[in-house]
Design a binder for this molecule. Structure first.
Ligand code: SF4
Length: 277
């Protein structure tokens, strides 16, 4: 078993356990599919994690260092100047904790009793004292990135809105306008030459966090129900599980007709670990 994935985790991390928190990414999982959310948070089996995006993490880390220089000096970053954003990086005693994964901005939500959390990339403050939530993104695309207009960008927008909601629970003055700082690595050079060149763009987004309370109430009902909710219709994970299960069942049936079945004793398929999904 991979050291990164424990399909049956310690129950203290499940809903009702002392370590359970409702993170921003869990809220997004619920919006995506309540059944997968339930299996993860109530039954304790999460989807296997994706491979870590180390290059993206490196860009985030370097952005953080760069904006921290301006946070300390209370000066606008050149990107803010270029886009005529009247703001500087926000100084606050908790800013490091708010940006830390596994801590983040934490609030107790009275109607549900949940501790809700999310780790923000950055926060800026404008001359009117309003806070802007900022999210760093990095990718590599041919076209200049100036809009979040694809369906899959909805997750990014929800992410921004949850951060805005979290900061408002702390009674901070949060602007509806948040910013995505997008670093796009160009591919049009002759050769790699040990470097990637990025074009950085700033994309404003007007968030609306009015959906958050309703979703938290739905999450509470979901988790308090002993029955797992239905799965969504069109999900690649479930289609894979179904197709793989069918393929394995067919393979097993075919083996019954073989005189000498192959020796699968060292294999996880057809051996003692065969679960046929
Ligand atoms: S449809 Fe199935 S695999 Fe996909 S998210 Fe839902 S429960 Fe998970």
């Amino acid at each position: 078993m991979s050291q990164y994935y424990k399909p049956n985790r310690n129950s203290g991390w499940n809903y009702g356990g002392p370590r359970w928190r409702l993170s921003r990414s869990k809220i997004d999982l619920f919006v995506e599919c309540p059944r997968c959310f339930y299996v993860d948070n109530k039954l304790g089996t999460a989807r296997p994690p994706g491979f870590p995006f180390n290059l993206n993490s490196a860009v985030d880390e370097l952005f953080k260092k760069e904006f921290d220089v301006h946070r300390k000096a209370q000066t606008p970053h050149p990107l803010m100047v270029g886009y005529k954003i009247d703001a500087v990086p926000f100084q606050h005693k908790d800013i490091d904790e708010w940006r830390e994964n596994f801590k983040g901005i934490q609030v107790s939500h009275e109607p549900t009793g949940f501790t809700v959390s999310g780790a923000v990339d950055d926060i800026w403050i404008n001359s009117r004292g309003e806070l802007h939530v900022v999210d760093y993104k990095s990718t590599s695309k041919d076209a200049r990135i100036e809009a979040l207009d694809q369906d899959w960008h909805d997750g990014y927008k929800r992410q921004m809105e949850v951060y805005q909601w979290l900061l408002r629970q702390k009674e901070l003055n949060v602007s509806d306008t948040g910013y995505f700082v997008y670093a796009n690595a160009g591919r049009d050079k002759e050769m790699f030459d040990n470097r990637l060149d990025f074009e950085v763009t700033l994309i404003p987004y007007n968030g609306d966090d009015s959906w958050v309370e309703g979703v938290l109430a739905s999450i509470k009902s979901c988790l308090d129900d002993p029955r797992a909710p239905k799965a969504v219709d069109d999900c690649d994970y479930c289609r894979y599980r179904e197709a793989a299960g069918q393929a394995l069942r067919k393979n097993k049936e075919d083996q019954v007709h073989l005189k000498t079945p192959p020796d699968m004793s060292n294999s996880k398929i057809g051996g003692k670990n065969d679960t046929l999904f």
